[in-house]
Design a protein around this ligand. Sequence first.
Ligand SMILES: C[S@@+](CC[C@H](N)C(=O)[O-])C[C@H]1O[C@@H](n2cnc3c(N)ncnc32)[C@H](O)[C@@H]1O
Length: 481
Amino acid sequence: MSNLSLEEQARFCLSQGQYSKAETLFLEAFEQNPEQANLLEGVARSMMGRKAWTEAKELYLLLIEQGEGNSAFERRQQLAECYFQLQEHDHWLAQIRSLIESNEVSQDRLVIYAQRLSMFGFQQEALRILNRALRLDDRQVGVHQAFAHVYLKLNERSKAIQSLSAVAALDPSHPSAIKQLSELLNQRVPTWHFPMMNDHPRNQAFEEAIIARLEEGDTVLDIGCGAGLLSLMAARAGAQKVIAVESEPEVAKAASEIFKKNGYDEQIHLVEGRSTSLQVGVDIPSKADLLISEIFDVSLLGEDALNTFRHAQQHLLNPNAKVIPAQAKVWCALVESDELRARFHVDDSCGFDLSTFNRLRDPRVLQLDLGRFDYTLLHEPIAVVDFDFENEISMLGQTLSMAPITQSGRADGFIFWYDLVLAPATEDREAIILSTAPNQENTHWLQGFAPCYDEQRQFTEGDLAQIICGYRRFLLWLQLV
Ligand SMILES: C[S@@+](CC[C@H](N)C(=O)[O-])C[C@H]1O[C@@H](n2cnc3c(N)ncnc32)[C@H](O)[C@@H]1O
């Protein structure tokens, strides 16, 4: 160090984070060379390093007033930083609003200013600054991430998704952006879309039913069109007009591009929104003759199918309109299974009692591939409830079914599945049924398992199990009496 000049020593200390020492050395150097204003700048930087914002601010104000040195722009940036740290927000705003007019401001600074403006609620101004930053270099991850942040504040989730996708494309290892993108997409575009679109038994059965039920001149309504597969099928089958409705903006945007790409954008009219808020004559041109809707989850009703179908019947369909699926039937059976029980229940593990954790189990049904589990049926599967989507739909109901026990055992829960009657039987053909039963080729829904929460309930061969199946809007449950 001793071979270095005072200024060199000061700069070294500054670079090492030894701010107090750097400040003293800069001051000593300035006393020796009072004509060198940049040494005072070193003092101010050291003050900032040790977070002496007021002293630094005063010094920068003095330096700016004297106008010495050739780094006026940088000094104003540092002064702005002091204002920000001192929470003198009006001064900070005035300072940065004049700074950002200059071409000298770097991309990194623009991003920081935009982030802070967004923090104070100036979202549109933040977006303008970020657009400037983007023009400087559109391959900087930080700019896209800052865009996403502002769009989320504005609740413009689709744009936030686009910005985060840009981050992911530039840096696939960016942890926070990837996590945020995945969370946003999962809320709006669940990952089941892909296996569903590739679900051959499902797709084939729907296409068969569409061909079977479509009549010349029919207007088709596809509620929850997703990527648009069923609308495309209807268009290919010769529908004159298809109205495809999709509530998720990102999904609707993709569907619109898919219709165009496949040459059906004239035949299919896409409406973005939830079907239950559509009005004929306002959002859609006319009522429909055929409703196609695949909005089912593993428990059948979880995507609000009852409410959606009922609303469509009352407001969006012509009298006697056909519906695909026309009906649904839910099946279940009580089973004993250590493997399935282990999916929702814990007692003793490695000699410790962990049963307290049982109160944290998810009350929803489990979705699983029954073919991969060992279980014993306590009785033959029984049909517990039917839904008729072509007639009046009730939003709640309950059935009581009797199941003669054929195998003694502990009732751990109900395995269940459903049949969708996509097209009822006619004189010319059999019904077209898509079943999620475990003895059929698996669909992407697989099967459901609803645990029995009354612990250790035992049945003996010859008993009659009484099973309640209840439903209420999007909830379907099974219960032992
Ligand atoms: C299970 S996916 C089916 C997609 C497509 N119909 C298919 O079969 O490939 C259901 C889609 O419907 C949308 N959706 C559900 N209920 C809706 C409603 N009432 N109005 C509009 N879209 C709805 C969801 O956002 C989702 O994209």
